[in-house]
Design a protein around this ligand. Structure first.
Ligand code: TPP
Ligand code: SF4
Ligand code: MG
Length: 285
C-alpha cells in the first residue's frame, strides 16, 4: 500500500508560509494515494513558477521544462505511453499566458491528460506581476495604475474550446480538491481542474477569508454538469458568489483513440528492432 510519504520528496517546499500551493500539493498527493498509484508509474509535468517548483517536492517521475510548454510535453508523453496517468501542474501565467495556445489546443484535441492550474491571479515566482486571470483594475508591479484588460476566465475558455472535464477547487479545501482531481484523472479525455490559490505575498485581495465568504459547491444546488450552456452561465459567476465543483463533463473520443499507430500497443512497447529505415535515410544524404 502506498502512502502520502511515498510521494513526498526529501525537499521541504520553499513556498511562503501559508501559500495555497501547500493545499494543492496535499490534494495531489492524496489523489495519487487514493488511486493506489506508485511514484514510478505516474508522470508529472510542471510549468515554471512557484506552482511548477512542486517538481522538487513530489516524489514521482517529473519533467520541469520551459515556461508555458508543459502541455505539449505532457501530450507527447501520453502518446509515447498512453497506459500511464500524465498530470500537468502549472500557474495561470504559465498555462494561460505564455502557454495559452497549448491550453486551447488541448481543449480541442481531448488528449487523455489532467491539467491542474494554480490560479493565484499573479506571477508569484517573479514577485507579483499581473497574470491573465488578474481582475481588471488589479494593481501590481507591472500595472501600477491597474490592469486595463478584462480577466481571462479559465473555465469559460475550457468549456467553449471543447474540454471534456472542467472543474474548480479551492486550495483552502484540500479534501474537496482531491476529489475533483481524482475524478479528473479517472475521466477519459482532457480534464482541467482550476484551483483558486491564495498567494499570500502578492495578492492581498483574493485571500482565504475573501474566498471563504463567497464560495459554494455546485452540487449543493440542483446542478448537473452535462449542459455546456449552463456550465458557461455558472463559469461567469464571479464576485459575491463563486461556485466550486464539476462544471462540465462529457465523453467523447480522446486524441489517443484517434491514433491508429498506438491502438495495438503503447508506442514504448512496440518492437522497433526490425524496422528498416535505410530507404528513408537515403533521402537525407
Ligand atoms: C520564456 C520565459 N519567460 C519568462 C520567464 C520568467 N518567469 C518565470 S516564472 C514566471 C511567471 C510565473 O507565474 P505563474 O505561471 O502564474 O506561476 P506562479 O509563480 O504564480 O505559480 C515568469 C514570467 C521564464 N522563466 N521563461
Ligand atoms: S509568492 Fe505567492 S505563489 Fe509564490 S510561494 Fe509565495 S505565496 Fe505562494
Ligand atoms: Mg500565478
Amino acid at each position: 500500500m502506498v502512502s502520502v510519504n511515498d510521494f513526498t520528496s526529501p525537499i521541504f517546499p520553499t513556498w511562503c508560509p501559508g501559500c495555497g500551493d501547500f493545499g494543492i500539493w496535499a490534494s495531489i498527493k492524496n489523489a495519487l494515494v487514493s488511486m493506489d498509484f506508485e511514484p514510478h508509474n505516474v508522470m508529472m509535468v510542471y510549468g515554471v513558477g512557484c506552482s511548477g517548483n512542486m517538481c522538487s517536492f513530489i516524489n514521482a517521475y517529473g519533467f520541469h521544462g520551459l515556461h508555458g510548454r508543459a502541455i505539449p510535453v505532457a501530450e507527447a508523453i501520453k502518446i509515447a505511453n498512453h497506459e500511464i496517468p500524465v498530470i500537468v501542474v502549472g500557474g495561470d501565467g504559465d498555462l494561460l499566458g505564455e502557454g495559452l495556445s497549448h491550453f486551447i489546443t488541448a481543449c480541442r484535441g481531448n488528449p487523455n491528460i489532467t491539467v491542474i492550474l494554480h490560479d493565484n491571479q499573479v506571477y508569484g515566482l517573479t514577485t507579483g506581476q499581473t497574470a491573465p486571470t488578474s481582475d481588471k483594475g488589479f494593481k501590481s508591479k507591472s500595472t501600477p495604475l491597474g490592469v486595463i484588460e478584462v480577466r481571462l476566465n479559465p473555465l469559460v475558455t475550457a468549456i467553449t474550446q471543447g474540454a471534456t472535464y472542467v472543474a474548480r477547487g479551492f486550495a483552502g479545501d484540500p479534501t474537496y480538491t482531491t476529489k475533483l482531481i481524482v475524478d479528473g484523472i479517472k475521466h477519459e479525455g482532457f480534464s482541467f481542474v482550476n484551483v483558486l490559490q491564495p498567494c499570500v505575498s502578492f495578492n492581498h485581495i483574493h485571500t482565504y477569508p475573501w474566498y471563504r465568504e463567497r464560495i459554494y459547491k455546485l452540487e449543493e444546488g440542483n446542478y448537473t454538469p452535462h449542459d455546456s450552456t449552463k456550465a458557461y452561465e455558472k463559469a461567469i459567476e464571479w464576485g459575491d458568489k463563486i461556485p466550486l465543483g464539476l462544471f462540465y463533463e462529457e465523453n467523447k473520443d480522446t486524441y489517443q483513440d484517434d491514433l491508429p499507430q498506438i491502438k495495438p500497443l503503447p508506442l514504448v512497447k512496440q518492437n522497433i528492432s526490425n524496422i528498416d529505415i535505410s530507404e528513408l535515410y537515403k533521402e537525407f544524404i
